[in-house]
Design a protein. Sequence first.
Length: 232
Amino acid sequence: MFKLMKLEWMKHQLSRYIIPLLICCIGIYGFVILMAFDSKHSGESLLFPDFMAIAYISSNIIFIVFGGVLLSRLIISEFKTKTMQAMFTYPIARKKIIRAKLSIVFFYTAASLFICIWFTQGLTFFLQSWLGLFEESVNASELLASMPKTITNALCMGAIALIPLLFGMRKKSTATTITSATLIAFLINSTFNSSSESLNLMDLIGIPFILGGIGMLIAYFAFRKIDLQDID
């Protein structure tokens, strides 16, 4: 499996996405910093948890869409251009080929999200005294305590990024895949405001796990009979 993933990585030159990944991390951090400065100038300084909540929402949206782009490149476009037909003539099980591609999408999306969040937290920790964004200082113990949430969020978003596969495979359309990824990203990371409080869907216990499970099931059912199907 690892060798197949490595071959797919080299074939699609996925290393070139590393620079855009770093640019996204810097862009997200800049956006959150601007939000924090705006709140400070309006007389309502953000607390560090609120600051990170904005970072989580922004990162989730960006990298679910990023996962949709990977899906369209590694799977949808290869079905559309008939490249997958040639791959299925190799002496390798079809399911193994598909699993390798889906694993790349899952792990690349999850790892990118994890890196982005820790980039934001780490930079904030080292620059907090200079930026003066928060009334109370951020300590290392707070960052370590957030590790389980960061890992869980990254894994769930990596799985949720597989959901657009359901829509993209119907018409073998890369545009549909990326569009559905964008809609899903904004929908599940929406914040609903009431007179007393605001609520984000990802803050509800169980929702990220349920949606992540749906993403995994979609990936499984989309190709569970691939060995018995003709590729047209």
